[in-house]
Write a new protein. Structure first.
Length: 591
C-alpha cells in the first residue's frame, strides 16, 4: 500500500514546515543527477525528429512506425556490423510510435507532450528503452506530462531518473485504492523534485541504469517522514545499522491507512519507537536508504507464507564495481535463504537472483546497454531462424540484459532451437553466467517450461551436471524438479526427489523447510502418516539447533519443530510431542 499525498504532512506531536522539510533532504540524488554522462549527447534533431513530432500531433504514429521499420530491418540483417547509435535511434523511434499509438483518447496537452518528447534525445531514448508490457502508455504519458509541467528544462539532462519515475509511478495503486485512480501531478513532482534539490552538493554517477534507479524512486514516505529521516540520519546509507535500529518485537500492530497519523500509523517514527518483526525493520531501513540515493529492495524468504515473516534488505553497493549486497541487512540465521522481491516497475514478484543480476549492467557502458536493449526490442522483426544470432549479439553488447536471456530461454521452451542451438545456449549460460549461477538456473529452468517429460528430465540432468559444484543451485533445481513431477501427477517421483534432497542437504534450514513442506502435502495426500512422521523426525534431528534469539519463532527449526510436535499429538504420542516442543521453544528469547 502506498502513502503519499493522502497522508498528513505532520507526524504525531510535530509541527512541520513541509517546504523546509523537503529542502532538508540533502542526500537523495546521489545516483541520479550531476555530472553529464560519459557518452556524447545525441543531436537535438535529425531527419526523424520533425516527422515524429508531426506524427504525434496528427495521431499518425502507426504510420510513422511503418516508415521506420524498413531501415531498421536493413540494419538487423547485418547486426554485427550495424552502427550502434543508428540502431538505438531507429528502435527508439519505433517504440515511441508503437507504444504511444495505444493511447486511444489523447487530449491536446498529451499530444503536445508527445511532440515535445520526440525532440528530447536522451529522455526519449531512456524512456522507450525502459518501458515494458506492464506500463500503461496513457499513465506513463500522464507522469511525463506532470514532470514536464514543473521540470521541463531538467528532464533530458536527468533522463534516467525521469524514465525511472515514469515506469514506477504509473502504477495505479500509488494513488489510491479505487479502480484506475488518477495520477496526482503534485505528488509526482514532489518526489522527483526531492531528488534534484541538492544535486550540486552530492556525488553523482549519471551512468546508473534505469534498472537501478527504479529501486530508488519507489519511496513511500510523506513529507513529514522525509524531514524526520533527514534530521535523524542525515546522509547515512548504512542499511544494516539502520535496520538494527528498529527493536525486534512480535505482535506490534500498525494501521496502514491514509489520513491523519496517530501513534499506531505505519510511519517511520512509530517503527523506531514501537519496533516490529523483520518486515517492519526492512521497510524502515529500505526507505531511509533510498533517501540517501541507495537502490534497495525488501526481500522475502521463498516458501514462507504464514507465521512470523522472514524479510531482509538488499542494497546496491557503491564503488567501481557496484553489486547487490544480499546479506549485510538480514539477521544472521536468515543468510542462505533464497528470496524474492517486488519489481517496482511491474509490481510482480521476481527472484532475488534476478535482482542481483542487474549489477552486471554496470560493467557495460551506457551506449552498449542501450544497443543490447534495442536488439531485444526489435527481434520480432526478423525470422525465427535469425533470432538466436540476434540475441547472441544483444548479450555480447550487454551481459546483464536479463530480457535477452529470458528471450533465449523462451525460444528453447517453444522448441524453436535446433539441437546445436540448444547446446550453444546451455554452454553460454555456463560460460557467460558463471558469476551469477542462480540467475543461470532461472534461465535454464525457463528453457524447460512446457517441455515434455523426457525433455524435461534430460534438461534437468544437464543442469545437475553443469552446476554440480554449487549445492545451493542443485537444491533449487531439485525443488523445481519435484514441483514439475507433482504437476505431472508423478507423486512417487516427487517424493523420491525430495527425500534425496533432504538426505543430501537436510541440515540446511532453508532447504529443510522448503522440502519438508512439499513432502507433507504429498504424503498426507497418500495417507502415509507413518512415513511423514519419520521424515519429520529425521529432519528435526538433523537440523542444528540455533542459539536463543528474539526472532526464534521465524526460524525453520521452530517451524519444523512445531509441525513435528503437532503430528506427534495427532498420532497420540503426547510425551514425545512435549519433548520436541521443549527443544524448539528453547530457541526463543523473549527480551
Amino acid at each position: 500500500m502506498i502513502y503519499q499525498s493522502t497522508r498528513s504532512s505532520t507526524l504525531p506531536g510535530q509541527s512541520i514546515d513541509v517546504r523546509w522539510g523537503i529542502a532538508c533532504i540533502c542526500v537523495v540524488a546521489s545516483i541520479a543527477v550531476g555530472a553529464p554522462p560519459t557518452t556524447s549527447k545525441p543531436a537535438a534533431t535529425d531527419e526523424w525528429t520533425r516527422p515524429a513530432q508531426e506524427a504525434a500531433r496528427q495521431k499518425h504514429l502507426p504510420e510513422f512506425a511503418r516508415d521506420v521499420e524498413p531501415r531498421l530491418k536493413h540494419l538487423l540483417e547485418s547486426v554485427n556490423r550495424a552502427d550502434a547509435d543508428q540502431l538505438i535511434r531507429l528502435v527508439t523511434l519505433r517504440e515511441f510510435a508503437r507504444y504511444f499509438a495505444r493511447v486511444e483518447t489523447a487530449d491536446e496537452g498529451q499530444l503536445d507532450t508527445l511532440a515535445w518528447l520526440a525532440a528530447q534525445p536522451r529522455l526519449l531514448t531512456q524512456l522507450m528503452m525502459s518501458i515494458s508490457v506492464a506500463d500503461p502508455p496513457d499513465r506513463v504519458l500522464e507522469v511525463l506530462r506532470s514532470l514536464r509541467g514543473d521540470f521541463r528544462k531538467d528532464l533530458d539532462d536527468n533522463a534516467e531518473l525521469a524514465a525511472a519515475m515514469c515506469v514506477v509511478w504509473d502504477a495505479p495503486e500509488r494513488f489510491g485504492t479505487e479502480e484506475d485512480p488518477r495520477i496526482d501531478p503534485a505528488e509526482i513532482c514532489r518526489v522527483f523534485g526531492s531528488f534534484l534539490k541538492q544535486s550540486t552538493a552530492l556525488h553523482a554517477d549519471a551512468r546508473k541504469p534505469v534498472d537501478a534507479l527504479v529501486h530508488v524512486v519507489d519511496i513511500h514516505l510523506s513529507d513529514a517522514e522525509l524531514q524526520w529521516a533527514a534530521n535523524r540520519y542525515g546522509g547515512s546509507a548504512n542499511v544494516a545499522a539502520i535496520m538494527n535500529d528498529v527493536p525486534y518485537r512480535e505482535g506490534v500492530g500498525y494501521e496502514k491507512t491514509v489520513g491523519e497519523p496517530n501513534e499506531s500509523s505505519y510511519i517511520l517514527p512509530n517503527m523506531l519507537r514501537n519496533g516490529g518483526t523483520s518486515d517492519v525493520a526492512a521497510y524502515y531501513a529500505s526507505e531511509i536508504a533510498k533517501l540517501a540515493g541507495v537502490p534497495t529492495a525488501v526481500c522475502r524468504a521463498v516458501g514462507v507464507t504464514d507465521g512470523v515473516p522472514i524479510v531482509w534488505v538488499a542494497s546496491l553497493s557503491a564503488g567501481a564495481k557496484p553489486a547487490w549486497d544480499l546479506n549485510s541487512a538480514r539477521y544472521g540465521e536468515y543468510v542462505g535463504w533464497p528470496g524474492e522481491t517486488t519489481d517496482p516497475q511491474t509490481g510482480q514478484p521476481i527472484p532475488e537472483a534476478e535482482l542481483a543480476f542487474t549489477s552486471a549492467l554496470f560493467a557495460t557502458p551506457a551506449r552498449e546497454r542501450l544497443a543490447s536493449i534495442a536488439i531485444f526490442k526489435s527481434f520480432d522483426l526478423v525470422d525465427t531462424k535469425q533470432s538466436p544470432a540476434l540475441l547472441d549479439r544483444a548479450i555480447e553488447f550487454s551481459l546483464g540484459n536479463a530480457r535477452a536471456w529470458y528471450a533465449w530461454a523462451g525460444l528453447a521452451a517453444a522448441g524453436k532451437l535446433t539441437d546445436d542451438q540448444l547446446k550453444s545456449f546451455e554452454k553460454l549460460t555456463v560460460s557467460r553466467l558463471n558469476g551469477y549461477p542462480r540467475f543461470a538456473l532461472l534461465v535454464r529452468l525457463r528453457a524447460l517450461q512446457g517441455r515434455g517429460t523426457v525433455e524435461f528430465a534430460d534438461g534437468m540432468e544437464r543442469i545437475m551436471s553443469d552446476f554440480a559444484q554449487r549445492p545451493d543451485v542443485i537444491a533449487l533445481a531439485m525443488l523445481a524438479r519435484a514441483d514439475r513431477e507433482r504437476a505431472d501427477k508423478r507423486d512417487p517421483d516427487a517424493i523420491a526427489t525430495l527425500v534425496e534432497l533432504l538426505r543430501k542437504q537436510g541440515s540446511s534450514p532453508p532447504v529443510a523447510w522448503m522440502a519438508v513442506t512439499r513432502l507433507e502435502g504429498l504424503l498426507r495426500g497418500t495417507d502415509d502418516t507413518p512415513r511423514l512422521l519419520q521424515v519429520y523426525e529425521n529432519v528435526f534431528n538433523a537440523l542444528p539447533r540455533p542459539p536463543q534469539t528474539l526472532y526464534g519463532r521465524s526460524l525453520p527449526y521452530y517451524r519444523i519443530g512445531g509441525k513435528y510436535a503437532a503430528l506427534l499429538e495427532e498420532t497420540k504420542q503426547q510425551q514425545q510431542a512435549a519433548a520436541v516442543r521443549s527443544k524448539y521453544q528453547y530457541i526463543v528469547r523473549d527480551r
